[in-house]
Design a protein around this ligand. Structure first.
Ligand code: DCP
Ligand code: CA
Ligand code: CA
Length: 357
């Protein structure tokens, strides 16, 4: 199963400001050279309906959205990452074998959980598609298939908020009419080359012999296209090594130097970090607090603990001391606060060591 979050950065912005929901939203990477220079990161489906696409220059998007109530926002990666972390942790709970592939995408190997039944797989997907929006306010699209390649292609079928199941016996008929651009790894350049070969669909790609594909695309890509066109893929789903820190950051209601106001927000972040720690079964030995000041400079203070812990009380008292220190050593108001724990020990792992001894 491949889960891909819908128009992710733009949907995060809608979640933060629901009043924007029925307007075109364009999330932008501003290059800073002029006020308008930069590219579109992503856009909600209203803006897409009016011709806006990822990667497009901002001024082109502005032209397309002239005379609309379009909202242009800068990317806020920390915010999207915090939402992504929460969703990925929730998804991990559904399965044993999980692989996050990007900020908004993850594979779940559900063979075990469903006994290989596509009926159960669909039910599990429906449960996930109910749970994730309810707990996080974000919708996703899901593809299910006999391997990662088919799951990925299927997840793109019914966007946004879609579910597509492709059973092994249906793979060939499913792929045949699809335009080759639907194949992962086929970008603009490859698509043009394929056109020269008179290959428009995945079905037509499957008719090419392997020697010709290797001549055109080189051995490695040629082999990939040869197999992909037939729906063949034997890449395993495997958890990449987990990030060795957990962090949360948030904007204060007002810029301030009031310790109480700051700690009120930090407490929420601590609780969030702590629940992720518990879910992942790790303990930390290092705590860092982060403050973005009113002039947007970023300041951090860290401390190393003598002993590894997962205690929320310890986290709170250390965070308090570090913010007191940071306030003593800076003058400006604080605009954003963050907390990060790192230097993990795996409590699950520790338990197995004790069991063995
Ligand atoms: N992204 C980006 N620039 C791109 C493509 C993507 O900055 N050229 C960022 C913004 C996206 C996020 O990565 O929100 C995830 O990319 P996706 O390709 O999954 O696109 P979306 O989630 O935005 O839309 P979709 O609903 O089609 O999945
Ligand atoms: Ca997406
Ligand atoms: Ca994606």
């Amino acid at each position: 199963m491949l889960i891909d979050l819908d128009y992710f950065f733009a949907q995060c912005e809608e979640r933060r400001r629901p009043e924007l929901k029925d307007k075109p939203i364009v999330v932008c990477v501003y290059s800073g050279r002029t006020e308008e220079s930069g590219a579109v990161s992503t856009a909600n489906y209203i803006a897409r309906g009016l011709g806006v696409k990822s990667g497009m220059p901002i001024y082109v998007a502005k032209k397309k959205l002239q005379n609309t109530e379009a909202v242009f926002l800068p990317v806020d990666h920390d915010y999207y990452e915090a939402i992504s972390d929460r969703i990925m942790n929730a998804l991990r709970d559904f399965v044993n074998t999980f692989e996050q592939v990007s900020i908004d995408e993850a594979y779940l190997d559900i063979t075990e959980e469903t006994n290989g039944s596509y009926e159960s797989a669909k039910k599990l997907a429906e449960e996930i598609r109910r749970t994730i929006p309810k707990t996080t306010g974000i919708t996703c699209s899901v593809g299910i298939g006999p391997n990662k390649l088919i799951a990925k292609i299927a997840s793109d079928e019914n966007k946004p908020d879609g579910l597509t199941v492709v059973k092994p016996e249906d793979v060939e008929a499913y792929l045949k009419p699809l335009p080759i651009s639907r194949l992962p790894g086929v970008g603009k350049k490859t698509e043009e080359k394929m056109m020269q070969m008179k290959v428009m669909t995945i079905g037509e790609l499957a008719e090419q012999d392997i020697t010709r594909l290797r001549q055109f695309f080189g051995e490695k890509s040629g082999d990939y296209f040869y197999h992909a066109a037939r729906g063949i893929d034997d890449e395993a789903v495997h958890e990449k090594s987990e990030p060795n820190s957990i962090s949360r950051i948030a904007t204060l209601k007002l810029n301030t130097r009031e310790l109480n106001d700051i700690m009120e927000k930090v407490k929420q972040l601590n609780t969030d970090v702590h629940s992720t720690l518990v879910q992942r079964g790790v303990t930390f030995r290092s705590v860092t607090v982060i403050a973005v000041l009113s002039d947007l400079t970023v300041h951090t203070r860290s401390t190393a603990l003598e002993m590894s812990t997962s205690s929320l009380e310890v986290l709170e008292s250390v965070a308090l001391k570090l913010f007191e220190k940071l306030l003593r050593e800076s003058q400006k108001d604080i605009r954003r606060v963050g907390i990060k724990v790192s230097a993990f020990d795996n409590t699950k792992h520790q338990k197995t060591l004790i069991e063995f001894s």
